[in-house]
Design a protein around this ligand. Structure first.
Ligand code: CO
Length: 139
């Protein structure tokens, strides 16, 4: 059901110093940058082959990533797997009794559809599933 790792999500305090590392020192190409008010984050995607690193900086302290940073500091936040049909995947996971945060997909960055599996079902690994937008196949 999971085709490959779409991205690794990394929580950071600020985007610019993280870009100095990932874009400038690691020489990863910046693929996309978007502020998602609804989720309280600024997100940046950098290409790593066909996968990505997703840098996430909170828009405020009272956001999911802001709370994560207050509790854990910067670091690995989630793993995202790519699927072809997120509705079918969510249906199969529900059928298998896997606890979900999102029972139905929500809008992700770059026109994707995403959903999160509950960490209690994944030994504490926050797990996202991603169905990319049709036009984003090259990334
Ligand atoms: Co993500």
């Amino acid at each position: 059901m999971f085709k490959r790792i779409d991205h690794i999500g990394v929580a950071v305090e600020q985007i610019e110093p993280a870009l100095a590392l990932y874009r400038d020192s690691f020489e990863l190409e910046l693929a996309h940058r978007e502020v998602v008010e609804e989720q309280g984050v600024e997100a940046v995607l950098l290409d790593v082959g066909e996968s990505h690193v997703e840098l996430l900086a909170p828009l405020g302290a009272d956001t999911p990533v802001g709370k994560f940073l207050a509790k854990n500091g910067p670091g690995l936040h989630h793993v995202a797997y790519q699927v072809q049909d997120i509705d079918a995947t969510l249906g199969a996971l529900k059928q298998a009794g896997v606890a979900l945060i999102d029972e139905t997909p929500r809008a992700g960055i770059r026109g994707s559809r995403v959903a999160f599996v509950h960490p209690r079902a994944t030994a504490g690994v926050l797990t996202e599933i991603v169905e990319p937008a049709a036009g984003a196949g090259a990334h």
